[in-house]
Design a protein around this ligand. Structure first.
Ligand SMILES: Cc1cc2nc3c(=O)[nH]c(=O)nc-3n(C[C@H](O)[C@H](O)[C@H](O)COP(=O)(O)O)c2cc1C
Length: 217
């Protein structure tokens, strides 16, 4: 696979809408597959499937995600703006079909937990539930909603309050072996994949050749 063809943006502009969306959604790479749980003003829980999630920094612990325009995906964003809290829950193969179903546009007041059979798990002091079936999950408090006027999307930034996972997934140096939890990735609009561990490398320095470190967890 070395025969590169150049696809110009002008050519892409002439493509059918879904073809173009599939192509451009794939090109940025594998994305982490997660369910975001929130609660509305009436106390009804909500789950949305999100993959445009990115680590922003460890101190303070910040994570950002992209929310589509409000008309297309109103519930997660609205609930976060209202309540200020949400949980992010990794998806693994056993819950993939139910997680995918959470991308459907359910009406206001309908809980994707009830619709899909995923289970709310409430912990003391947190006003939003976790997804019980998720193996790696964390709770956040809203810091900032950044509108992106060019396309009507929002970049939502949250501060991590706590995380829940099996400690056996955490290495001596703090690295979490998320591949061992079978946390999935997404590509394009509708494709999902597994990740197999390959290698860990020591922090790179200009005057030293790259050096592997053991993968122990
Ligand atoms: C694989 C996959 C990944 C998705 N990632 C995102 C995302 O990162 N941001 C987003 O706004 N919508 C994303 N969606 C669409 C939402 O899941 C969908 O709009 C959902 O209905 C949002 O729910 P809400 O209105 O309850 O927030 C994704 C859908 C799929 C199938």
């Amino acid at each position: 696979m070395t025969d590169h063809k150049t696809y110009t943006i002008a050519e892409m502009g002439g493509w059918e809408r879904f073809y173009r969306a599939n192509f451009l959604n794939s090109i940025s790479g594998f994305k982490p597959l997660n369910l975001i749980a929130t609660v509305d003003a009436q106390g009804v829980s909500n789950l949305g499937l999100f993959s445009n999630i990115v680590h922003l920094g460890a101190d303070p612990a910040l994570v950002g995600f992209v929310n589509r325009p409000r008309e297309a995906a109103p519930h997660t964003l609205g609930n976060i703006e209202l309540g200020g809290f949400y949980t992010i829950n990794h998806v693994h193969p056993e819950i993939l079909a139910r997680a995918h179903q959470c991308s459907a546009k359910y009406p206001d007041g309908v809980s994707e937990f009830a619709e899909t059979g995923l289970t709310e798990e409430w912990v003391d002091g947190l006003p939003v539930p976790y997804v019980r079936e998720s193996l790696i999950r964390y709770a956040l408090e809203l810091v900032q909603v950044n509108p992106i006027p060019m396309n009507g999307t929002f970049f939502v930034i949250g501060r991590v309050l706590q995380a829940q996972l099996d400690p056996s997934l955490v290495s001596a140096d703090g690295f979490i072996d998320i591949s061992r939890a079978d946390s999935l990735v997404s590509t394009g609009l509708d494709a999902y994949g597994r990740v197999s561990a390959l290698a860990r490398y020591r922090y790179a320095k200009p005057d030293k050749a790259s050096e592997q470190i053991p993968w122990v967890s």
